[in-house]
Design a protein around this ligand. Sequence first.
Ligand SMILES: *[C@@H]1O[C@H](CO)[C@@H](O)[C@H](O)[C@H]1NC(C)=O
Ligand SMILES: *[C@@H]1O[C@H](CO)[C@@H](O)[C@H](O)[C@H]1NC(C)=O
Ligand SMILES: *[C@@H]1O[C@H](CO)[C@@H](O)[C@H](O)[C@H]1NC(C)=O
Ligand SMILES: *[C@@H]1O[C@H](CO)[C@@H](O)[C@H](O)[C@H]1NC(C)=O
Ligand SMILES: *[C@@H]1O[C@H](CO)[C@@H](O)[C@H](O)[C@H]1NC(C)=O
Ligand SMILES: *[C@@H]1O[C@H](CO)[C@@H](O)[C@H](O)[C@H]1NC(C)=O
Ligand SMILES: *[C@@H]1O[C@H](CO)[C@@H](O)[C@H](O)[C@H]1NC(C)=O
Ligand SMILES: *[C@@H]1O[C@H](CO)[C@@H](O)[C@H](O)[C@H]1NC(C)=O
Ligand SMILES: *[C@@H]1O[C@H](CO)[C@@H](O)[C@H](O)[C@H]1NC(C)=O
Ligand SMILES: *[C@@H]1O[C@H](CO)[C@@H](O)[C@H](O)[C@H]1NC(C)=O
Length: 881
Amino acid sequence: MWLAPFLLLATSFVPSMQQDGNTSTTYPGATYPNAVSPDPDAAVDATFSPPYYPSPWGTGLGDWASAYSKATAFVSQLTLIEKINLTTGVGWEGERCVGQNGAIPRLGFRSMCMQDSPVGVRDTDFNSVFPAGVNIAATFDRGLAYARGQAMGAEHQMKGSDVQLGPVAGPLGRSPEGGRNWEGFSPDPVLTGVLIAQTIQGIQSSGVIACAKHFIGNEQEHFRQSPESAGFGFIFNDSLSSNIDDVTLHELYLWPFADAVRAGVGSVMCSYQQVNNSYACQNSHLINYLLKGELGFQGFLMSDWAAQHSGVSSALAGLDMTMPGDTVFDSGRSYWGPNMTIAILNGTIPQWRLDDMVTRIIAAWYYVGRDETSIPINFDSWTLDTYGYEYFYADMGFTLINEHVDVRQEHADLIREIGSASTVLLKNINNTLPLTGKEKFTAVFGDDAGDNPYGPNGCSDRGCDNGTLGMAWGSGSANFPYLVTPETAIQNEILSNNGVFQSITDGFAGMQVQALAGQASVAIVFVNVDSGEGYIDVDGNIGDRNNLTLWKNGDVLVTNVSALCNNTILVIHSTGPVLIGNYSSNPNITAILWAGVPGEQSGNSIADVLYGRVNPSAKLPFTMAETREDYGTDLLYIPNEGTGAPQVNFSEGVFIDYRALDRANATPVYEFGFGLSYTSFSYSNLEVLNVDNTSVYTPTTGFTTAAPTFGGFSNDSADYLFPANMTQVPYYIYPYLNYTDLETAANTTGYGDNSFVIPGSQDGSPQPLLAAGGAPGGNPELYDVLYQVTATITNTGSLPGAEVPQLYVSLGGPYDPNIVLRGFEKLSVQPSMSTTFTVDILRRDISNWDTVSQNWFISNYTKTVYVGSSSRTLPLSATLS
Ligand SMILES: *[C@@H]1O[C@H](CO)[C@@H](O)[C@H](O)[C@H]1NC(C)=O
Ligand SMILES: *[C@@H]1O[C@H](CO)[C@@H](O)[C@H](O)[C@H]1NC(C)=O
Ligand SMILES: *[C@@H]1O[C@H](CO)[C@@H](O)[C@H](O)[C@H]1NC(C)=O
Ligand SMILES: *[C@@H]1O[C@H](CO)[C@@H](O)[C@H](O)[C@H]1NC(C)=O
Ligand SMILES: *[C@@H]1O[C@H](CO)[C@@H](O)[C@H](O)[C@H]1NC(C)=O
Ligand SMILES: *[C@@H]1O[C@H](CO)[C@@H](O)[C@H](O)[C@H]1NC(C)=O
Ligand SMILES: *[C@@H]1O[C@H](CO)[C@@H](O)[C@H](O)[C@H]1NC(C)=O
Ligand SMILES: *[C@@H]1O[C@H](CO)[C@@H](O)[C@H](O)[C@H]1NC(C)=O
Ligand SMILES: *[C@@H]1O[C@H](CO)[C@@H](O)[C@H](O)[C@H]1NC(C)=O
Ligand SMILES: *[C@@H]1O[C@H](CO)[C@@H](O)[C@H](O)[C@H]1NC(C)=O
């Protein structure tokens, strides 16, 4: 039963002496990288990536049918040059958005605008800065995830952006030090999967294409790109390889991408680094087999900016759009563009593959309704000047480039709401909180309470840690319209009650801090840790954090204040977990709050919680461990292969974050899923309904249709020369040729682009479907409901509040985590009232990945469900029959 599809699939592999997409390693055969850990018997080195060709063509699966029929009608009218224009960016700073492809003037189809970031519209003005993904994770609130996505999508739409480059599920958060973890949601794949799906649907409901990124294994900033690392003094030739076995890929890192595809995401971005020693943007196993084959992705895959490393290989391995289009920023050269024209004419890239790329791009455009929502681009990423160059790098086309359209609408209210709904109350001795605002003497401490002396946007891409951490650094940021600091918001609160308020934002001012702390009836200490993307170094942190302790003298500040004030409240803004020593047991530290990276309304959000207008309901979306070692994973900070690609073995398998601490029986300071309220809740009455115990999981079988082509093209290379009277923008990538001789036109010495063609990769004949595939998100039966679990949640306190009951499953096998999160809901409950928590358990939720059958299966081990208020407080349990 399981074997048949596997055999079919295995024969389509063509063993080669070359590593897929890479010439350095011998490919040992059609074996899947097996579990490297923790099962030593199954250990097979996950340092190779098996090839899988041809690249699956989109067919309009799921609810994509109508978008596909519109797209194929559109694509059928296009010339070869017009098609290639859609696949290739015009080059870095060639147009106004961070990435744009070529236009089709003949049909009035303007160049598409790909614009950062996952927290709003980057590199412009009069936009909002939303809370980071990690804050949405802390809300555990589907509705807020959707609302934020919809609002961000609306801002992109109003600026003329076609694709919002977010949300993020890679990094997932393998290691807490990871610089960009905050852009994503949580190291738990289910929490991330649910929230990325909601975010995507929110963004796309505003008529903008979302982009799930970075696919996949992008778990650290160090060594993701060798030229970038060279700038920091690390010399090696190829990007690091994240070596991930097949089980870990499926049960952990790919899981949220399955949810993203199932939610209809229009685009996916492949990442900089290699996976199993093949670059992610030309790794046929990742793209052809997993993303387009197994997950049935119908949209388009674009490269991260300069993450493409070959022309032909990346095309055949399934890349659909190169961004920003040039080989090296501003080189005027491209792996695609004219090289694609040549590769089609010389027969290396089959027409069906190009037609598939273009159909996917246009289908995504129709799928979200761009045909109705698109407006002209009205901003410029490279300057905020009103007038400037349309073609920035070329200094050409002086014109109106920034219309300064205010796209913020009422989003500040939502941002403030998410900020408070994502603030996790970790400690609250004797109801210290909420404060009344009538405290006799309120003192606020810490650089993190106040303004950046350079202004909220004073550091490019937020690349510094000055003042309160409203946003972390890198391309995942956006410009603030303003940043409400905690200092301002708390002062407003106290002054409205005619109270006494003083603050010291210099955390190094020991004497002054001590003097003020001794006078205060309540001291609120703000501390932070920052991190970001690897092109910016802040205080020696090259994107990733060097340590997990507080920045800006934070620990000394907390110690100084709490030694003198027995009512010290600690607020932590951070991009991820922080080591907080013994603050949890220090009696003078009466309350601790984690507020994450909350965006422009930071101060108002925290004041709403401190002063009780909002009853906290957030939960930690990661573990706060006692030591760095407790996480069981770490980053690679020094290249480990000489000038070869650094190797990072994900040998911990699926055991990251709480799964690692559970396995090691380590006690966290605050566990995953933990968070207090100003009221209290009790759990009772667990019931398991066996919804479906008869249905049998059916592997998908059968074949695809043959690859379709749309329209034809002339084989005469003279037809593809630059139009004689055309003014070329310097450095701009066009698909036209300068010479009719193709080799001369490619302008390479013997096509030395490390492209090679694996036999079978050009084959457009019907191909076997994958057992675990069949629909966007994978085999649809994975989403069948097998059980329904209910429990009663009662508000036992005296205030209205919201609780996030969580359902965990023990899959029961010797190599399974103790428990894995599988369900949660944010539920509002009035005092003394009860409500019902209901979770559907899907087939996928109780399945494991089998590397041999290449499919999910339900093991014979006993499965147990647990329900409670955190990963360590699980009062209810039952066995699944
Ligand atoms: C290709 O795109 C470029 C840049 O947008 C544009 O100038 C050119 O006219 C396009 N070519 C065709 C044939 O549409
Ligand atoms: C065809 O063109 C591509 C793109 O320039 C080049 O990489 C490839 O080597 C060429 N192949 C042949 C067989 O000429
Ligand atoms: C909380 O209040 C009770 C009663 O006033 C007191 O006995 C206890 O010591 C307090 N706990 C702490 C940690 O301050
Ligand atoms: C602001 O940030 C810059 C860059 O990190 C740093 O050099 C400077 O010391 C910071 N200033 C303050 C006042 O924190
Ligand atoms: C951790 O890193 C931060 C930021 O670079 C730094 O301020 C702090 O001193 C470091 N902590 C330790 C213990 O070295
Ligand atoms: C707590 O604060 C009081 C002053 O209110 C101080 O005397 C005491 O030493 C502090 N305790 C700690 C553990 O810092
Ligand atoms: C905290 O300090 C204040 C004034 O310093 C004192 O009145 C109060 O009793 C102390 N509370 C505790 C629990 O030690
Ligand atoms: C460029 O030349 C073509 C024919 O050679 C002509 O059809 C077209 O109108 C010309 N375009 C411009 C802008 O002069
Ligand atoms: C074609 O020639 C022009 C003028 O020399 C040059 O700027 C451009 O880069 C060339 N384009 C290609 C694709 O070789
Ligand atoms: C074609 O691609 C190669 C790299 O494979 C590059 O060196 C060359 O400049 C490209 N040609 C053009 C015209 O961009």
